[in-house]
Write a protein that binds this ligand. Structure first.
Ligand code: GLU
Length: 449
């Protein structure tokens, strides 16, 4: 807790009464970006004065989340519950200086005492780095309670003592704390601390403009991990929730964000959380992963033993899933819907599906027979590119007519997959292999007889 007046010092102050909500994480991220931009320091402290609801389990999860997202702090973690003595000393000092006094708790509870702050009833003006200058008349607060007993300071007092002791220069927090600010400034003045700068960040809302909550979808880090969101995608997306780079760029690495982040570019209107936007940013990061890493991540979410045992599953992931998937959680869903079924099971094609528009059966049969003959050739190289080339050169040889394309490729696809929709038939033929391709073509010809 050393002081250096020109330095930026911020804090990560979660209350470990639950798991970090995405709004808390966005606040921590903005603190992080601001502080790193200014080469300052971040103090980590757990605001665990609510001993009933606080738990070390929540603390552990918060630290894991910060580590997973790469949001490092420089000092701490401290715990408010371990600093009570310090708060009590400040409290006694305030009482001694007659800046606070012991009072009856209420008429309903005679004999119970609380400590009240002697409100000087001033108009407090502070600079909010997001909203500009704010002036609030504190008269309405009256002599507010700062401790429930001589040994039991309330939250506002602990926060203020911590911010002063830890030399916090910038308090960046959600706008729900804005009403606490004038009270906290009165206390900072009373204990002789230096007022920090404030930045109150806009609320995060769902598509219905209501405060983001469980019913909108994932809200905790673990829930985003379960969806298959990558940490770098979450950081990138959260940075755009309330901050904008001043142009329409959307993809930012953490380093770029640190370089570009300023509080002047934070909006003061609510930020709408879009799960679709997050998914599209995640897709960008998924596609940037080295293919081996991507394949491993995909394998980790596939639970079909049969698929996992298939010798060409890795290539199927690369050729079929890689382009399509925005969130890793879509992979088991796609598989459930039959996306790679043709890889492991032969689905008998139906005669009507093998037909194409009003092309005569004889034409379809002729194309499939020709393809069978071509693909049976001993010298055929079994790769997607050479299969594509061979089949297209057959189509071009058969006539320029655009319907030839459909009459060839559509029955081929149905023969190989049993379905009218699938990845392109060259990729399918490659992945299922020569033997299965030839067998399925023969079978389709039987169906058409
Ligand atoms: N512990 C408070 C919270 O988690 C933070 C309060 C503050 O930033 O001053 O919401």
């Amino acid at each position: 807790m050393n002081s250096n007046m020109t330095e930026v010092i911020t804090r990560f102050p979660p209350s470990p009464t639950g798991n970090l909500h995405i709004g808390n994480i966005r606040t921590l991220l903005f603190n992080y970006l601001y502080t790193r931009h200014h080469q300052g320091k971040i103090v980590m402290r757990f605001e665990d004065t609510d001993t009933q609801r606080s738990s070390t389990q929540h603390e552990a999860v918060a630290l894991e989340t910060l580590a997973a997202l790469g949001l490092e702090y420089d000092d701490g973690p401290y715990r408010q519950s371990q600093r009570t003595e310090r708060y009590v000393r400040v409290l006694n000092d305030l009482i001694e200086k007659d800046l606070a006094y012991v009072a009856e708790a209420s008429e309903e509870m005679p004999g119970e005492h609380v400590i009240r702050f002697r409100n000087p009833n001033q108009k407090i003006t502070f600079t909010d780095l997001v909203r500009g200058e704010i002036t609030i008349d504190t008269t309405d607060f009256g002599d507010f309670v700062i401790a429930r007993s001589r040994n039991n300071p309330v939250y506002h007092l602990s926060v203020v003592v911590d911010d002063v002791d830890m030399h916090v220069t910038h308090i960046i927090r959600g706008e729900d704390h804005i009403t606490s600010t004038p009270r906290q400034i009165l206390l900072i003045d009373a204990i002789g601390g230096k007022r920090p700068y404030y930045a109150h960040l806009p609320l995060i809302v769902g598509s219905d403009r209501k405060k983001l909550g469980k019913r909108h979808g994932a809200t905790t880090y673990q829930e985003f991990v379960d969806l298959g969101v990558l940490p770098e995608a979450l950081i990138n997306y959260l940075a755009l929730l309330g901050w904008n780079p001043g142009d329409d760029r959307e993809i930012f690495s953490k380093e770029e964000l640190i370089k570009e982040f300023t509080l002047e570019r934070v909006n003061n209107s609510p930020a709408t959380f879009s799960y679709e936007k997050l998914a599209s940013i995640n897709k960008h990061y998924l596609q940037k992963l080295p293919m081996e890493t991507y394949v491993q991540k995909a394998r980790n979410v596939i639970n079909s033993e049969e698929l996992l045992a298939h010798p060409r599953l890795d290539e199927a992931i690369e050729l079929v899933l890689h382009e399509r998937v925005s969130l890793l959680s879509e992979i088991p869903q796609l598989i459930e819907q039959g996306e790679l079924r043709w890889l492991i099971t032969e689905s008998p094609p139906r005669s009507e599906d093998l037909h194409y528009k009003d092309a005569p059966t004889a034409a379809i049969v002729a194309h499939l027979e020709n393809l069978l003959a071509i693909l049976s050739g001993a010298s055929v190289q079994w790769s997607v590119d050479s299969l594509r080339e061979l089949i297209w050169s057959y189509i071009h040889g058969a006539g320029e007519h655009s319907s030839i394309v459909g009459q060839t490729l559509s029955p081929l696809r149905v023969a190989l997959t049993g379905a009218k929709q699938s990845p392109d038939p060259f990729t399918v033929a490659y992945l299922i292999g020569r033997e299965a391709t030839l067998a399925r073509l023969r079978y389709a010809l039987e169906v058409l007889q």
